[in-house]
Design a protein. Structure first.
Length: 134
């Protein structure tokens, strides 16, 4: 049975200690509607961080239940377990920088769209289990 440790304050964080004894953290905030929305937010936050902004959970107009690095770590785990390929990661990165998904209706973007859709389908269960996607 998981153990929940609650901390109150402006940056409330719940730590859930699972069966394996690992802590999973989820800051109070509004979950994303989809993995795509979470990824586009992550890409925008990483670009803002690159430009000098400080990006952290609970500091934007809409409080989110994670930091951009949490979403990237989910992708990294899938890549390390060989469920997501380098091609998936490249497509997520390049289209994420453009803040849009590839258009399946455009022949030149169909292959990218397939990889985009597949990568997000693989990452969504992980994000959902962490409370990042509602």
């Amino acid at each position: 049975m998981p153990v929940v440790i609650r901390q109150s304050g402006p940056e409330r964080t719940d730590a859930v200690i699972g069966k394996q004894g690992r802590a999973s953290f989820a800051a109070a905030g509004e979950p994303f509607r989809s993995a795509e929305e979470a990824w586009l937010w992550t890409a925008a936050a990483l670009a803002a961080r690159h430009d000098g902004a400080r990006v952290a959970a609970g500091r934007g107009r809409v409080q989110r239940p994670c930091e951009p690095d949490d979403v990237v770590r989910c992708l990294d785990r899938l890549y390390a377990s060989r469920k997501v390929t380098l091609a998936h990661a490249r497509i997520l990165s390049s289209w994420g920088r453009m803040q849009q998904a590839p258009d399946a209706g455009r022949p030149e973007q169909q292959a990218d769209h397939r990889l985009w859709r597949d990568a997000l389908a693989l990452i969504e269960p992980s994000l959902r289990s962490r409370g990042v996607v509602g």
